[in-house]
Write a protein that binds this ligand. Structure first.
Ligand code: TA6
Length: 300
C-alpha cells in the first residue's frame, strides 16, 4: 500500500512508462526512471541514486545489502550526495562526514520524459536550524537524467548575502565482479592526497589497481576516468564537468569489516570513483551565483 506522499507524487509528477513513484523495500519514497529497457531509481532521502540498470546489462552501481532508508544513517551505495562539504568537516570533525543532506528528504521539482530520456530534478535548501552546522544560505538541486547513459548534475545556488566556500562529491559506488581484477584509468601523472598517510601529497603514475585499502583525492583531475572490470569484461566510463578532483576509494578487508554495513566481503565487488570538488578544489560562490558538478556514466 503506497504512502500518501508516494501517491501524491505519482499523481503530480508521474509520467506513463517513464517516471513513477513507489515506496522502496528499503523503507522510503523513491522515483523510478525508465527509458528503452533501462531503469534508474533515486531515493528522495538524500536525492540518492540507488541503482542504474542499463538495458540488458547488470547493475552498474553497488548498493549495500544491509542498509535501510529512513534511519539516521545514510544508505551506503549508489550515489550519495556529499554536500556542502566532502569527508570530515574542515574545522569541526564532530560534524557529520560528507555534509548533512544525505539523510534529508529532498523535494521533487520537475519530471520530464521524451523520446530521448527520462529525467527528475530534486531540490533542497539550508534551513535556519542548519546555521549551527553551516552558517550560509544555499539551495541544492540534483538532476538525474536516464538515456543510454546516466547523467547526474548537482547545482548549488548561493541564496544568501555573502560569498561562501564549499566542497562536495557525487560519491559513486560502482559494482565490479572482483576488485582484484579491476583497473582504473584516467589518473596518470596527477598529484593526489593520500588519506591513508595523513593526506600527504604524492604523485601518481599509470593505472590504479587494488591490493589493499585505497583512499585518495586526485587533484587537477578534469578528464574522464574508466573502470575496467576485467572479470566481467565490462568498462564503465565516467565523464564530468564542474570538477577538478576525483576520489578513488576501496575500504579493503579491515575497514569493510569495521564499517559493518557492506555485507560479507563487500569490498570485493565495489569501487568508488567519485566526481568531486575536494582537497585543493574548493568552490567559492558569490551571492546569487550557481555552480554545477556533473557526471555522465556510460558502459564503454
Ligand atoms: O570518499 C571516501 C571516504 O571519504 C572514505 O574515507 C570513507 O569514509 C567513505 O568516504 C565512506 O564514508 P561514509 O561516511 O559514507 O561511511
Amino acid at each position: 500500500m503506497p504512502t500518501a506522499l508516494t501517491e501524491t507524487l505519482e499523481h503530480r509528477y508521474g509520467i506513463a512508462d517513464a517516471v513513477s513513484f513507489r515506496d522502496s523495500p528499503l523503507g522510503g519514497p523513491i522515483v523510478r526512471l525508465e527509458h528503452r529497457g533501462a531503469s534508474a531509481e533515486i531515493a528522495l532521502q538524500g536525492a540518492q541514486v540507488l541503482g542504474w540498470m542499463p538495458a540488458g546489462k547488470a547493475p552498474v552501481l553497488w548498493l549495500s545489502p544491509t542498509e535501510r532508508l529512513g534511519t539516521a544513517k545514510p544508505v551506503r551505495g549508489g550515489i550519495p550526495v556529499c554536500w556542502p562539504w566532502f569527508a570530515a568537516h574542515p574545522d569541526d570533525p564532530a560534524k557529520p562526514a560528507h555534509g548533512f543532506m544525505r539523510t534529508r528528504l529532498w523535494d521533487v521539482v520537475t519530471t520530464f520524459a521524451s523520446g530521448g530520456r527520462a529525467r527528475v530534478t530534486l531540490r533542497t535548501a539550508t534551513a535556519p536550524d542548519d546555521a549551527r552546522l553551516w552558517p550560509h544560505d544555499a539551495e541544492a538541486a540534483l538532476e538525474v537524467s536516464l538515456a543510454t547513459g546516466l547523467h547526474v548534475a548537482l547545482t548549488t545556488r548561493n541564496t544568501g548575502a555573502s560569498a561562501f566556500r564549499f566542497t562536495q562529491a557525487l560519491h559513486t559506488y560502482f559494482a565490479v565482479r572482483d576488485i582484484a581484477r579491476v583497473r582504473v584509468d584516467g589518473f596518470d601523472d596527477l598529484a593526489y592526497l593520500d588519506k591513508l598517510d595523513g593526506h600527504a601529497r604524492k604523485h601518481w603514475h599509470g593505472p590504479i589497481r587494488f591490493e589493499g585499502e585505497v583512499d585518495r583525492v586526485y587533484i587537477g583531475h578534469t578528464g574522464a576516468a574508466e573502470i575496467r572490470d576485467e572479470a566481467a569484461e565490462r568498462t564503465i566510463r565516467i565523464e564530468k564537468s564542474g570538477s577538478a578532483s576525483s576520489v578513488v576509494w576501496n575500504p579493503w578487508i579491515e575497514k569493510c569489516n569495521r564499517l559493518g554495513d557492506m555485507g560479507p566481503e563487500g569490498y570485493r565487488t565495489m569501487v568508488c570513483v567519485e566526481t568531486a570538488n575536494a582537497g585543493d578544489d574548493v568552490v567559492t560562490l558569490a551571492p546569487g551565483a550557481t555552480h554545477t558538478l556533473a557526471a555522465t556514466l556510460s558502459i564503454a
